[in-house]
Design a protein around this ligand. Structure first.
Ligand code: ADP
Ligand code: CP
Length: 312
């Protein structure tokens, strides 16, 4: 079985711990155990990771140090985030596989994703990035820096940036070759570095952060994966999320998911793109399934025993 594994923020950065390299590596070492469990049970996994917290912090670091050294733009920070997260996954998963005597190479591919320069996402920022702030801090950032700020699923306020729709993964042929060759490929990190195609067919990076779940659905489609597995901090997709009448869902059809979307049941920039990604994958691949589950339940989710399964 081939599965695209979309790793959410909690797989990279544990809640309540500082955003240091040491903490990131430790969290990824813990994540690598779950990834290795799937590999050990003969699932061919292709890894996509998020980068919202990381790319946001890199942008903050660059802005703070701009009087000392030129600030790198958003697309370059996106590339840096792919490199630093891919490095830690390569190291941690490589070591975990070595311990289990599994002889597979783990490789990160810096990936660009083409977006439409006229995508309406550029006018309506929805992608939360970087640290969480309280309301007062958020208002100060709005006034002083002109940032768009949004409340993120009851967890605090975050800067939001444009998140255009992923149209085409530039390095897809290379990803296919590596995957077909048996490598464990980490690609399309943070949805891919957002680029637009110019009239002369060259590429240019843009200020945006693509949603990694939507890009994962595209990758799953391209790689003819059997399943799209979206791993996040919650065990299930819920309706009335965070309320006293919250109900966790074991399964969802596309029709039900669309109905709940219309009711506003899924957080913008958090659960909503996951549901849209699942819909995109199962609609393009009837008979296949997508699942939203927690990292700790990943192996069971692959067998349909945990998480919320979305089917056409
Ligand atoms: N209807 C919902 N069901 C479950 N979780 C939801 C719902 N709406 C919003 N959420 C929030 O969305 C989060 C997942 O989105 P996010 O944290 O952005 O993902 P990621 O793990 O990819 O970083 C959940 O942890 C939860 O806090
Ligand atoms: N790029 C992206 O979707 O990152 P997160 O999953 O961390 O929000």
């Amino acid at each position: 079985m081939r599965a695209i594994i979309a790793l959410g923020g909690n797989a990279l950065q544990a809640k309540g711990f500082p955003a240091t390299a040491e903490c990131q590596l430790q969290t990824i070492k813990d994540t690598a155990i779950y990834l290795a469990n799937m590999i050990e049970s003969d699932v061919q996994i292709v890894i996509v990771h998020g980068n919202g917290p990381q790319v946001g912090r890199l942008v903050v670091q660059n802005e703070c140090a701009k009087n000392l050294t030129p600030a790198m733009p958003f697309d370059v920070c996106g590339a840096m985030s792919q490199g630093m997260i891919g490095y830690h996954i390569q190291q941690a998963l490589g070591e975990e596989l070595h311990k289990r005597h599994i002889d597979k190479s783990v490789i990160t591919l810096i990936t660009q994703t083409i977006v439409d320069k006229n995508d309406k996402g550029f006018q309506n920022p929805t992608k939360p990035i970087g640290p969480y702030y309280n309301e007062t801090e958020a208002n100060t950032l709005r006034e002083e820096k002109g940032y768009s700020m949004m409340e993120d699923s009851g967890r605090g306020y975050r800067r939001v940036v444009a998140s255009p729709n992923p149209l085409k993964i530039v390095e897809i042929d290379t990803i296919k070759k590596l995957v077909n060759d048996g490598a464990i490929v980490i690609s399309t990190g943070g949805g891919g570095i957002p680029v637009i195609e110019l009239a002369d067919e060259t590429l240019e990076g843009v200020t945006a952060v693509i949603d990694k779940d939507l890009a994962s659905a595209k990758l799953a489609d391209e790689l003819q994966a059997d399943q799209l597995v979206i791993l996040t901090a919650v065990d299930n997709v819920a309706i009335n999320f965070g309320k006293s009448n919250q109900k966790n869902l074991d399964s969802l059809t596309v029709k039900e998911a669309q109905q709940y979307m219309e009711e506003g049941q899924f957080g913008t920039g958090s659960m909503l793109p996951k549901i849209q990604a699942a819909i995109n994958f199962v609609t393009a691949n009837p008979g296949k399934k997508a699942v939203v589950a927690s990292l700790k339940n990943a192996k069971d989710a692959l067998r349909g025993c945990s998480g919320t399964v979305i089917v056409a």
